[in-house]
Design a protein around this ligand. Structure first.
Ligand SMILES: NC(=O)c1ccc[n+]([C@@H]2O[C@H](COP(=O)([O-])OP(=O)(O)OC[C@H]3O[C@@H](n4cnc5c(N)ncnc54)[C@H](O)[C@@H]3O)[C@@H](O)[C@H]2O)c1
Length: 457
């Protein structure tokens, strides 16, 4: 009845949304998303999805039960599908050789072995996870070590969606990249994946390459994005010393068509599950090929990010008369960016921990990320309250630090907030989203990033 059967192993931030989009756009295919995490699969079967992403519920609802299914029966999904996307997590290795840098491929290899064990017919295995360049070789070696004459083709199709805009990115991607071996069989497998996306993505945006270029392009794209943020953040430090405004500088620089204006906002640092781990991985790969200068260059992007987080907290402590012991500080935003509940590698985690080290008391506020914040800060000790309503969160605090660029923080009644705070009242705008002049006139001492502070003393 269905033209093709597609499985996706890994029902996370990537597997869930990408497969929901394929299913919505291609009713002729059966799409089954599987995961070992039973609670996650259960949540995908309800309208209380396991991840927050604007517009995602509507996409899921359009296809769920029709040609989109969520299941924990991984083996059945492998057996019945001709195409298997693998979208499991590939975190940084925490042990042994390459600890702290290399990608931990244990989940990937486990999945490869499961595919090998359960398969009774040929499969195209699609790398959706972000993987080190040359992983497809390992996958082929494992999968083709079978004596049942089953053919496996490994194709790379890295995902470029950004959390918070995943639905928009999937509906209208800048490009879809599909890499394969350039043998007749490899090219046939490549075409099978091109055919899926061609259902809704214009053909000129579907680009193909050899498998190694495809694997590497994903790491490089993330490294370049992170590098832009670190570059402008480094300049934010200089602006604060020179009376320049980083927003004005980035506007002027970004209007150069060769540079472009996006991803040039200074802030407290980048977060998210990918940038740090993918750069660490890139550094590790370069070191493996003895390209130490290249490795150091990319390592510095991470160092600049850590510097920015540390600098932000140091600035808070110094501004608040060199001590924050016992002072209540509200953190507005805990998600690593707006429009997601994801807090993985969020700068807010690092800022919160550093403030707790200084013995401050924290009130964490976020419209979507409080559950994750509780997990991230469990066992940290110190006084931490979690309060969703920003007005409640700010009551009686000495300072507010904006750490996520949620739109709602721009629209708050800051006069009301000022009225309920301890005086002198401080605002540290870690995302440069507030009207600093207006806040200063209300009475706040305002510390934007990349601009000298506005203070009343
Ligand atoms: N999050 C993003 O914005 C993003 C964007 C592009 C690429 N990526 C990449 O995509 C991959 C997945 O990222 P994510 O954010 O979706 O991760 P995630 O942790 O949200 O999801 C991974 C899922 O895989 C499942 N899993 C692990 N081992 C399994 C196994 N053996 N069998 C079945 N399920 C298994 C886990 O239970 C989890 O639900 C990573 O490589 C990441 O780098 C992520």
């Amino acid at each position: 009845m269905f033209e093709k059967r597609i499985a996706c192993i890994g029902a996370g931030y990537v597997g869930g949304p990408t497969m929901a989009m394929i299913a919505m756009k291609c009713p002729q295919y059966k799409v089954t998303v599987v995961d070992v995490n039973e609670a996650r699969i259960k949540a995908w079967q309800t309208d209380d999805l396991p991840i927050y992403e604007p517009g995602l519920l509507e996409v899921v609802q359009a296809a769920r039960g029709r040609n989109l299914f969520f299941s924990t029966d991984i083996n059945a999904a492998i057996r019945e599908s001709e195409i298997i996307f693998v979208s499991v997590n590939t975190p940084t290795k925490t042990f042994g050789e390459g600890a702290g840098k290399a990608a931990d491929l244990q989940y990937w290899e486990k999945v490869a072995r499961e595919i090998l064990r359960e398969s009774e017919s040929p499969k195209i295995v699609v790398e959706k996870s972000t993987l080190p360049v040359k992983t497809a070789q390992t996958m082929e070696n494992i999968l083709n070590a079978n004596d049942r004459n089953i053919r496996f083709d490994v194709v790379s199709n890295p995902e470029f969606l950004a959390e918070g805009t995943a639905v928009k990115d999937l509906l209208s991607p800048d490009r879809v990249l599909i890499g394969s071996r350039e043998t007749p069989e490899g090219l046939k497998a490549r075409q099978a994946i091109v055919d899926i996306y061609a259902n809704w993505v214009p053909t000129e945006r579907i680009i193909t390459s050899n498998v190694w270029s495809s694997e590497l392009s994903k790491l490089v794209a993330n490294a370049f994005l992170a590098q832009r943020i670190s570059s402008i953040n480094s300049i934010s430090a200089l602006c604060e010393k020179t009376d320049a405004s980083v927003a004005e500088v980035s506007r002027a620089v970004g209007m150069d068509a060769r540079i472009g204006g996006r991803f040039l906002n200074a802030g407290v640092g980048f977060g998210g599950s990918c940038f740090r781990k993918d750069i660490l991985n890139l550094v590790y790969i370069c070191e493996g090929y003895h390209l130490y200068e290249v490795a150091r260059y990319w390592q510095s992007v991470l160092e600049m990010n850590e510097y920015q987080e540390t600098r932000f907290v140091r600035n808070m402590v110094r501004s608040m008369f060199n001590t924050i012991v016992g002072k209540r500080i509200a953190l507005f935003g805990f998600a690593f960016k707006a429009d997601t509940g994801d807090t993985r590698e969020s700068p807010a985690i690092h800022v919160a921990k550093k403030l707790l080290d200084e013995k401050a008391e924290l009130v964490i506020s976020d419209p979507k990320a409080l559950d994750n914040a509780r997990i991230d800060l469990a066992g940290c000790g110190g006084g931490i309250d979690y309060v969703e309503d920003p007005y409640e969160a700010a009551r009686g605090v000495h300072a507010v630090a904006v750490l996520t660029e949620w739109d709602l923080y721009r629209k708050l009644d800051w006069g009301r907030i000022y009225g309920s705070m301890e005086k002198p009242a401080f605002v540290f705008d870690g995302r440069n989203i507030l009207d600093t002049r207006k806040l200063f006139e209300i009475g706040f001492n305002v510390y934007p990033l990349g601009r000298p502070p506005l203070k009343h003393f």
